[in-house]
Design a protein around this ligand. Structure first.
Ligand code: CP
Length: 306
């Protein structure tokens, strides 16, 4: 029997394992028919205590395209969490019904608690403002396919860098690659948390903060836009004041490199104008598609299926 593995933080995977997942995802894209029965009779449970479109549906599509089945719930209100059941008890139960669990929870650390009780692999599909490792795998696959490498890139991170779990996980992943630089673009109030800045410094990574997207754009290989997340604010006034701090418009891309890649974990609200969608550098819908393929590779990896 293979060792029980979970994915709670992107650092649960070594660089070699991440590279392996990217290779498998590339192979799935090239040879989908070779994988269509590989998870027959396997079940994925999707336990979403917080709303999702891409993460939950791409996990569902991933398991279906591997020939497996999916069960679960898409809101806490339709589970016994609404009656007060703990995450630990829910996971103990669902471990009896499924071979692998993907979960999203508004509380930071909930997937870690789940992993301590689970007898099947747990995948963190986002915990509060903490981590979103499968989004990071999606981002790494997208960057690798668009740029041909994860080394030597200048990456601009723009928007809500304080609460943005996708940003925190992406930084954690990218600092393990060679000669990566970061340009942080946010309002002061939404700067990176100090623990992430300390992580960058400890890794000896070059990074800087700027307050102007126009100033940053010309030097970027990847521009990663993020949404200012209303659900993370305690105060509506602050949200309204900050929500449109940075809006990427088509005209601004005139100053960008021809092969810069524009990414966004989605959903977007207002931070990328729809006139950017038709620009060849816009990769955010492609990125959402890559999420399905990398999650297929991850399911196979955690189930120990070669
Ligand atoms: N990127 C992302 O996590 O999207 P959802 O919230 O729709 O799952």
């Amino acid at each position: 029997m293979s060792e029980l593995r979970h994915l709670i933080s992107i650092t649960d995977l070594s660089v070699e394992e991440v590279d392996h997942l990217i290779e498998v995802a590339d192979d799935i894209i090239e040879n989908p028919e070779a994988y269509q029965e590989i998870c027959r009779h396997k079940k994925l449970a999707t336990l979403f205590f917080e709303p999702s479109t891409r993460t939950r549906l791409s996990f569902t599509a991933a398991m279906m395209e591997l020939g497996g089945n999916v069960l679960g719930f898409d809101q806490a209100a339709s589970s016994s969490a609404s009656k007060g059941e703990s995450v630990s008890d829910t996971i103990t139960m669902v471990s009896c019904y499924a071979d692998i669990i993907a979960m999203r929870h508004p509380k930071e650390g909930a997937p870690f608690v789940a992993a301590r009780r689970a007898t099947v692999p747990i995948i963190n599909g986002g915990d509060g403002g903490h981590f979103h490792p499968t989004q990071t795998l999606t981002d790494l696959l997208t960057i690798h396919r668009k740029k041909g490498s994860l080394d030597g890139l200048t990456i601009g991170l723009c928007g809500d860098l304080k609460f943005g779990r996708t940003v925190h996980s992406l930084i954690e992943a990218m600092i393990r690659y060679k000669d990566v630089r970061f340009v942080m673009i946010s309002p002061v109030e939404l700067d990176l948390p100090s623990y992430v800045k300390e992580m960058l410094d400890a890794a000896g990574v070059e990074w800087k903060e700027v307050r102007s997207l126009e100033e940053a754009i010309p030097e970027l290989d990847v521009l990663y836009m993020t949404r200012v997340q209303r659900e993370r604010f305690f105060n509506e006034e602050d949200y309204i004041r900050l929500k449109d701090s940075f809006v990427l418009r088509r005209k601004m891309l005139d100053a960008a490199k021809d092969d810069m890649v524009v990414m966004h974990p989605l959903p977007r609200v207002n931070e990328i104008s729809v006139d950017v969608d038709d620009d060849p550098r816009a990769a955010y819908f492609y990125q959402a598609l890559m999420g399905k393929y990398i999650r297929m590779a991850l399911i196979l990896f955690l189930l120990g299926i070669k």
